[in-house]
Design a protein. Structure first.
Length: 327
């Protein structure tokens, strides 16, 4: 049976993004990421990073340093009892300054190349898998690959969302909430199936370096120079009924919050934007009709025409607001 996986963006999804990271010491895990990755392992998901790294093409970071950065990321995760099964990156960019990397690439998100490659190499069923990222490129890549998607929306300004930007299946403020969403979806899909609670959380990998020019670090065993601090050890083998009830209530609360947030997003609807634009045109028509009144060269019919336009458009604005109110 094929595996299921969570494909995750790297910057501002798992680690802080100061712009371009070109030094391993800059790697900082975002809050809650380790716990989220541990839970994903327990839920039976492979955890795979898919990240655009155009900084390589731009000459900001070398592939060698990128490899060190990812080793540092592995160590930080391992130290907290978490881990990942694979890192795929795309170093190419059509505007790169380094000729070797200056080109389009099917691996560069929003293209789905890295996800498809990982799926092939790790025997992953994409329909049962999710893509989590903080940009619309991540969501587009996930949708093109046939995965479900979650947009981490805490670092993007959706005011500037373009109509062509894809709509993610779900939205979350961080990895922790994203994992809760996936957990709820899994339960809804398999109500009779218990979530495994005794999965080992220690990562089974070791960075072995870059392979074949591009795009991949295959991970196979734990780094040797660090020890896990045993976050996973805190996971109990058996849950009490009370704990299960509490968790269910927490999930319900999170779900309600998510629905409220989606509602807030819908407040900024296309109908509202169109109504605002039409309202501005109404004011312009009224202003022009006033100008025509004081202009002897303009006939009375010109004034009437402008006022007529203003009335019709104003009625459209009222209709749009009534439609919104009924929703
Ligand atoms: Mg990102």
């Amino acid at each position: 049976m094929s595996n299921k996986a969570i494909f995750m963006d790297r910057d501002d999804t798992l680690i802080k993004d100061p712009g371009y990271i070109n030094n391993p010491d800059q790697v900082q895990l975002l809050a809650g990421v380790s716990e989220a990755l541990i839970e994903l392992k327990q839920m039976g998901y492979k955890r795979v990073i898919v990240t655009n790294q155009s900084g390589v093409a731009r000459g900001i970071v070398s592939e060698e340093v990128l490899k060190q950065i990812h080793k540092r990321l592995e160590k930080l995760l391992f130290r907290e009892g978490a881990g990942i099964e694979g890192i795929y990156y795309c170093p190419y960019h059509p505007d790169g300054v380094i000729e070797k990397y200056r080109r389009e690439s099917e691996n560069r998100k929003p293209n789905p190349g890295m996800i498809l490659k990982a799926a092939k190499e790790m025997d992953i069923d994409l329909k049962r898998s999710w893509v989590i990222g903080n940009s619309y490129r991540d969501i587009a890549a996930g949708q093109r690959a046939g995965c479900k998607t979650i947009l981490i929306n805490s670092s993007i300004d959706q005011t500037y969302r373009k109509p062509t930007d894809p709509v993610a299946d779900k939205q979350a403020v961080n990895m922790k909430e994203a994992v809760n969403i996936i957990k709820m979806q899994d339960r809804a899909g398999r109500p009779a199936e218990a979530v495994p609670n005794n999965a080992k959380s220690e990562p089974s990998f070791k960075a072995e370096g870059l392979e074949n020019q591009a795009d991949k670090i295959q991970l196979e065993g734990p780094p040797q120079d660090i020890q896990p601090m045993g976050v996973a050890a805190k996971v109990k083998d058996k849950e009490t009924e009370a704990a299960r009830t509490n968790r269910l209530l927490e999930d319900m609360l999170r779900h309600i919050k998510e629905m409220q947030r989606e509602g807030m997003f819908e407040e900024f609807s296309m109908a509202k934007v169109i109504a605002g634009i039409i309202q501005a045109v109404v004011l312009l028509c009224l202003f022009l009709s006033l100008l025509f009144l004081t202009d002897d060269t303009k006939s009375a019919s010109s004034v009437h025409t402008m006022i007529g336009y203003a009335i019709v458009l104003q009625l459209m604005v009222v209709a749009l607001y009534m439609m919104r109110g009924r929703k």
